[in-house]
Design a protein around this ligand. Structure first.
Ligand code: ATP
Length: 638
């Protein structure tokens, strides 16, 4: 998914050279596929031709399902339903309404997309495996529906679908059909590959890695997943259209659960998240199916389709156990083992940051939408109840622009809950959070992000499917505008180049450029935290929420982080900091708010809060004498 061209290098190249560098994998791969498909009809037997034609047809729903499962992380068990909707609608338009082929095909694809939209509208709001269950249900509804409905020809289906004619040439044999089909598969492949590399594709992968982090950077997960679900159904519908042409009959077999399993198998065998894998998986499953059709009756005399399904099930289990990343994983690990000169050795996953390689950062741009000192964040009566537990109780706070607010309190005081309600990760039971004059409480984190509020996480939320620069690049999400369509058409290269350059600049400012192309999960813990801060800053926020940014950092790293926060504040950024390191908070913050048992017990400048007996009792000890001793000890440290 990553592009190896750095912005500096890209700037020196001609547009064609840049296009070639960014797309050479796609161009070479598609070129090979096209040549193979052109040559194949001259050399292959009729059985092999049949298998290849069906592999190319099923590559379409497999590519669609792969976008949904591999990119968006949503499992669908109903791809056959959309395949059947495409096939039946196309057949009805051709045989009953006698529409021209291209019109009938377009209506077939649109019908599949419309049904996906209507099903996805409520389902995509739910998390977990509801989509799998809903699509399973849809599969059964379509399967039973086509059997029972007169329009779909009940159990006999729809006959007499004529093969198309292209430029006066009837596509009346498998060779011609393969040539007719190949451009559509190649275009589908290119669109899908473009999507995986686009702003929307990166956002989908990010959602898959950490939905919370992606939403906190402005990604509307619901809308994006819905779009990919509809798109995935469109691919399946197009597969159905070609299937109807190829077999000339559309019967209830196109809607069977068995078919959904086999498309799922193609995606899993190919490797989740790999568009090429889906195509390879489609070929493998078709050849495997043909092999099983011969082998299974020989092993189990009299065996029928259900036994073949059993065979698919066994293959699925074996792939998941032995090769969870499918053919894609096998190919990439083989590729990595090839001894090409100039390859970088893998980063040491456990490398610890040293004082030398963790230098004080230079600042990226900071935006300040309100005058310094004016309220930027206002919290009013904020309350969160969990049954009988009041985690946060009627908290009122105002944060002036260009200041650091430290939010502290003993374990279980309600800091994280409060923080999550501000950032939109939790819906308050009552009360409001107003940011830059807009009420953002009770809305999703992407709404807060769209107004300029970003955050980091106590438990790091690294996008592990991409590299370090890819993580920071995701921070630019809200600065971009390209959606799914522009991404698929590859019409966002100028935007991509600009944001990629900005991501490199931010990494440079934090002295993380050397690690830019390393896998994010290979970074040391301290650098991952710095990377998260880079990612949040890449969004050019007006307010930065930092959840325990010092946790797990070494002494030197803490100093670097503290210096960074001071510089950010000087540049005009407003910061709210949840932190257990009280000494650091006291030395950094302009104001400190103290929570105890969900109640705001003190709020003021660090000096007054430090000397507040109620704070000392709540925070450090159980009685005042003990608290005084702790207070003296604390003062020695600060
Ligand atoms: P820590 O410093 O240990 O992270 P905290 O100050 O962030 O603690 P919270 O995590 O906000 O405290 O928890 C505040 C209170 O709310 C605790 O009593 C906690 O048990 C309770 N709480 C938090 N989340 C839930 C939940 N999902 N269901 C029930 N109770 C919860």
């Amino acid at each position: 998914m990553t592009q190896a061209t750095t912005p500096a290098l890209a700037g020196m190249l001609s547009p064609w050279a840049r296009f070639w560098l960014n797309n050479k994998g796609t161009i070479i791969g598609c070129g090979i596929l096209v040549v193979l498909m052109i040559v194949f009809p001259f050399t292959a037997s009729s059985t092999a031709m049949n298998i290849v034609v069906f592999a190319m047809i099923f590559a379409l729903p497999a590519i669609g399902l792969n976008l949904l499962m591999g990119l968006a992380g949503q499992v669908s068990l109903g791809q056959a339903a959309f395949f059947a909707i495409g096939a039946y609608t196309h057949a009805i338009m051709l045989t009953k309404l006698h529409l021209p082929g291209p019109v009938a095909a377009t209506i077939g694809v649109l019908a599949a997309m419309l049904v996906a939209f209507l099903v996805g509208l409520p389902i995509m709001r739910l998390r977990g495996h509801y989509l799998a269950l809903a699509t399973l249900g849809l599969g059964f509804i379509v399967m039973i529906g086509v059997r029972e409905w007169d329009v779909t020809g009940r159990t006999t289906g729809i006959y007499g679908i004529a093969r198309p004619t292209v430029l006066g040439v009837p596509i009346d044999n498998n060779g011609f059909f393969l040539w007719f089909l190949t451009p559509f598969v190649v275009i589908g492949l290119i669109l899908a590959l473009n999507l995986t590399r686009s702003r929307a594709g990166r956002a989908l992968s990010a959602v898959n890695d950490s939905e919370l982090a992606a939403e906190s950077l402005g990604v509307n997960t619901y809308a994006l997943r819905l779009k990919v679900f509809v798109l995935s159904a469109g691919f399946a519908g197009l597969g159905g259209v070609f299937y109807a042409y190829q077999v000339a009959i559309v019967s209830p077999a196109t809607a069977e659960f068995h078919l959904s399993v086999s498309i799922l198998l193609m995606v899993v065998i190919g490797g989740l998240g790999s568009v090429w894998g889906a195509v390879a998986g489609a070929f493998l499953v078709q050849f495997l199916g043909e092999g099983m059709r011969d082998a299974i009756p020989a092993i189990f005399p009299g065996a029928t389709g259900e036994v073949q399904l059993l065979g698919y099930g066994i293959v699925l289990i074996l792939v998941i156990l032995l090769l969870p990343g499918g053919l894609h994983q096998a190919a990439t690990s083989l590729w990595a083992k090839l001894p090409f000169p100039g390859r970088r050795p893998p980063a040491d996953a456990h490398a610890q940051a040293t004082e030398d390689d963790f230098t004080i950062p230079i600042l990226p741009n900071v935006s300040t939408p309100v005058a310094l000192g004016e309220p930027i964040l206002e919290i009013s009566g904020l309350t969160k109840r969990y049954g009988g537990v009041v985690a946060v109780n009627e908290v009122n706070l105002t944060v002036p622009a260009g200041t650091i607010l430290g939010l502290i309190g003993p374990n279980g005081a309600g800091k994280t809950t409060c923080f999550n309600m501000i950032s939109g990760a939790l819906v308050p039971t009552s009360g409001t959070v107003t940011f830059l004059g807009q009420v953002i409480s009770g809305r999703k984190p992407n709404v807060a992000a769209s107004h300029g509020l970003t955050r980091t996480f106590q438990n790091l939320q690294v996008f592990t499917s991409t590299d370090v620069v890819g993580n920071v690049y995701m921070g630019r999400y809200r600065q971009g505008t390209a959606g799914v369509l522009r991404g698929m058409l590859g019409l966002q290269s100028a935007e991509q180049t600009a944001h990629r350059a900005a991501a490199y600049e931010i990494l440079e400012s934090m002295r993380l450029t050397d690690a830019a192309d390393d896998s994010a999960s290979d970074l040391s813990f301290g650098k991952q935290r710095m990377m998260e801060v880079c990612r949040a800053l890449a969004a050019e926020p007006a307010l930065l929420l930092l959840d325990e940014p010092m946790a797990g950092l070494s002494g030197a790293e803490r100093e670097v982080m503290a210096e960074l926060l001071r510089r950010l504040r000087s540049a005009g950024l407003t910061i709210v900091l949840v932190e257990h390191d009280v000494a650091q908070v006291m030395s950094l913050a302009d104001h400190v708010a103290v929570l105890d048992d969900g109640v705001l017990i003190a709020h003021g400048d660090p000096e007054s809060v430090r000397n507040d007996p109620a704070v000392v009792v709540a925070y450090l000890g159980t009685d005042l004498d003990e608290a005084e001793a702790d207070l003296n000890e604390l003062e020695e440290h600060v």
